[in-house]
Write a protein that binds this ligand. Structure first.
Ligand code: PGA
Length: 247
């Protein structure tokens, strides 16, 4: 099973219309491996502008969405609105949503179900905190998070699973290729045992957490690492090297 390498840039709450448009223009001009799928997670208010600026071969993602289509939910955006602005992906369950904004596994599952039912692709994130890793509960934590996601997925073709250890996000402390591979392999096995062999072999499992131009190549060489979700480095020129990490 050949899984197309997938690299997402997660711009988080950074940049402005001018700087992000310039970034998009520089990506349009860069030499990018055509065998890699690339998606940019733009701040919601800039999705429209970034979609218009970026070459159509690149995808645009929202960084979050709500679990229903419309209604009295001040401050939220729906998958229908995301699609209306031309984006086709959404990042859900990011550790900052889980741990800064207190989103539960259950809410993330509901969001996954709704986003998929609206036809968006979902980058679904899981990952353990440092104390959980140190307590030896990494598997238990990521399997439990993955179950809440899996229970809400009918069509896995629209899902990319992102393993992002919380201790590695924004810390400059990238997981070692062995640490990433170990969890990715276990997640694939979990999918085999709990979903199906076909899904396990076809779903892209990408790694996120302080990926840089310096760490990406070795990580990309791991057999169960199918790409990256990149925060800080996605705002820098080295993002092109990360997109092109797969040899
Ligand atoms: P980072 O963020 O690359 O800045 O660690 C990754 C993420 O949050 O997806």
């Amino acid at each position: 099973m050949v899984r197309k390498f997938f690299v997402g840039g997660n711009w988080k709450m950074n940049g402005n219309k001018k700087s992000l448009s310039e970034l998009a223009c520089s990506i349009n001009k860069a030499k990018i491996n055509p065998d890699t799928e690339v998606v940019f997670g733009a701040p919601a208010v800039y999705i429209d502008c970034i979609r218009q600026t970026l070459d159509c071969k690149y995808g645009v993602a929202a960084q979050n969405c709500y679990k229903v289509a419309t209604g009295a939910f001040t401050g939220e955006i729906s998958p229908a609105m995301i699609k209306d602005c031309g984006a086709t992906w959404v990042i859900l369950g990011h550790s900052e949503r889980r741990h800064v904004f207190g989103e539960s596994d259950e809410l993330i599952g509901q969001k996954v179900a709704h986003a998929l039912s609206e036809g968006l692709g979902v980058i679904a994130c899981v990952g353990e905190k440092l104390d959980e890793r140190e307590a030896g509960t990494t598997d238990k934590v990521v399997f439990a998070q993955t179950k809440f996601i899996a229970d809400n997925v009918k069509d896995w073709a629209k899902v990319v699973l992102a393993y992002e250890p919380v201790w590695a996000i924004g810390t400059g402390k990238t997981a070692t290729p062995q640490q990433a591979q170990e969890v990715h392999e276990k997640l694939r096995k979990w999918l085999k045992d709990n979903v199906s062999e076909a899904v396990a072999s076809s779903v892209r499992i990408i790694y996120g957490g302080s990926v840089t131009g310096a760490t990406c190549k070795e990580l990309a060489g791991m057999c169960d690492v199918d790409g990256f979700l990149v925060g800080g480095a996605s705002l820098k020129p080295e993002f092109v090297d990360i997109i092109n990490a797969k040899q």
